[in-house]
Design a protein. Structure first.
Length: 366
C-alpha cells in the first residue's frame, strides 16, 4: 500500500480531485484502487489520508474490503471515503491460483455498459457502510491525465473529464513545499535504486577496510564519536557544503551501528530533517549490502513522518530485498500498511530527537 498522510484538500469537483491524486500520492498511479478518507462531513468536508493499492482480484473483493477497514481506513477514523478506480487490470501476480480467469476479466454491472470493477467497489462500499463509513463518491477513470473521462459508479449523470494535473492547486501547493511528483511508481523506485556495480564494489571494499581498522583500534568512546560524525555531515549539507566519498563512507559505517542509527533517527523531528533526508537518500543509492538496510530505514522513517508514504514504501523495498526480518523495516511496513498517522509513528523517535536537540544546543548554530 502507498499512503500519503494528512493531505488537506477541500471536497470539490471529482475531475479536480482526480487531477490532484498524483500530487497527493507522489506519483502518477496506473491500474490502482485509490481511497481518500473524508472528515467533518457535518461541517466543511475535507480530505485526510490518500491510499493506493494495486487493483485487487475481483474474487478477493471481500478480503480486500476487510483489509481496508481493519487497516488504513479504520486507523484514520474516517467518516466517509472517496473511491477512485484507475484502469481495469488487477495485479495478476497477487491473484491466488484459485482465481483462475476472473483476474483477466473486466467486471461490470448489469449489461456491461458501466464502469469496470463495479463488483469490487460495491463490496467495499457495503463493508465500510456497515462500519458507519459512507462513500461520498466512487468514480472510475482509465488514467489520470488531462481530458481523460471519468464516470461515477452510482449516478449515470455524474461524469466529466480529468482536469490538468499540472494545473492542479494541489500540485502548486506540493511544489511550493518542495515535494516532487513522479511520472510513475517506477520513476520513484529509480530514486532509491543502487548505483553501478563498480561503485557498490568499491564501497564494499572500503567499508571492509574501515571495519578492520575499527577492530584494530578499539575505542570505547566510538559510539559518541560516530554520532558526532553523522551530525557533522548533516550540518555541512545544511550549509551547502559538499561531502567527499570518504565522508559518506564514514557516515555509512557509523549508522550501520544500530545504536548510532537509533540516535540519529531523531534528526527527522528537528530542523535538520531535510538535510538529513538528503544524506540518507544519497547513501541509499551508494550503499552495498548489508549496510544499505540501516540507511534505508532512516530514509523510510524520515519520509514517513513528513507524510511521504510513497517514498517510504520504496525505501522499505530496498530493505526487504536484503533482509525481510529487519526489525525497524518490519515495524515501518506494518505502520504504513495500517495507515498509522505520522505523529503517532514519530513517538518512537521522540527521545532520540530530544538527545539530538541537546547535541545541537551544545554545538551551537551551523
Amino acid at each position: 500500500m502507498t499512503t500519503r498522510l494528512n493531505t488537506q484538500l477541500s471536497l470539490s469537483d471529482p475531475g479536480d480531485v482526480l487531477a490532484a491524486i498524483p500530487h497527493m500520492l507522489g506519483f502518477h498511479p496506473t491500474d490502482s484502487f485509490v481511497l481518500i478518507t473524508m472528515h467533518d462531513l457535518t461541517g466543511t468536508p475535507r480530505f485526510g489520508a490518500t491510499m493506493r493499492v494495486d487493483l485487487p482480484c475481483p474474487s478477493q473483493a471481500c478480503l480486500f474490503s476487510e483489509f481496508l477497514l481493519t487497516g488504513a481506513v479504520g486507523k484514520q477514523q474516517a467518516e466517509g471515503v472517496f473511491m477512485i478506480v484507475i484502469g481495469d487490470r488487477p495485479n495478476l501476480a497477487a491473484c491466488p491460483e484459485t482465481c483462475g480467469g476472473a483476474c483477466h476479466a473486466t467486471e461490470t454491472p448489469g449489461d456491461g455498459s458501466g464502469p469496470p470493477l463495479h463488483d469490487v467497489v460495491e463490496v467495499v462500499r457495503k463493508t465500510l457502510l456497515q462500519a458507519g463509513i459512507i462513500t461520498a463518491h466512487a468514480v472510475h477513470t482509465p488514467a489520470i491525465g488531462v481530458g481523460e473521462p471519468w464516470t461515477c459508479y452510482y449516478d449515470e449523470d455524474c461524469h466529466g473529464v480529468v482536469a490538468d494535473p499540472k494545473e492542479s492547486p494541489m500540485g502548486a501547493l506540493m511544489a511550493a513545499q518542495g515535494s516532487v511528483t513522479f511520472g510513475s511508481r517506477e520513476e520513484l523506485r529509480e530514486l532509491v535504486a543502487p548505483e553501478s556495480p563498480e561503485v557498490l564494489n568499491r564501497w564494499s571494499a572500503k567499508l571492509d577496510a574501515l571495519v578492520e581498522d575499527a577492530i584494530d583500534s578499539y575505542d570505547p568512546s566510538r559510539h559518541a564519536t560516530d554520532v558526532r560524525t553523522v551530525f557533522g555531515a548533516i550540518r555541512r549539507i545544511a550549509t551547502g557544503s559538499a561531502l567527499t566519498e570518504d565522508d559518506l563512507l564514514g557516515v555509512l559505517q557509523a549508522v550501520s551501528d544500530v545504536r548510532v542509527r537509533d540516535v540519529v533517527i531523531g534528526a527527522a523531528l528537528t530542523e535538520l530533517a531535510r538535510p538529513a533526508e538528503e544524506l540518507w537518500l544519497t547513501l541509499v543509492r551508494k550503499a552495498p549490502e548489508p549496510e544499505v538496510v540501516e540507511v534505508a530505514a532512516l530514509l523510510a522513517f524520515s519520509a514517513y513522518v513528513r507524510g511521504e508514504g510513497a517514498l517510504a514504501s520504496v525505501a522499505l523495498e530496498r530493505i526487504e530485498q536484503v533482509k525481510l526480518d529487519h526489525n525497524l523495516g518490519v515495524l515501518l511496513r506494518r505502520s504504513l500498511d495500517a495507515g498509522l498517522p505520522p505523529a503517532e509513528l514519530a513517538g518512537i523517535a521522540r527521545d532520540s530527537a530530544d538527545d539530538v536537540q541537546l547535541l545541537l544546543d551544545e554545538e551551537g548554530p551551523c
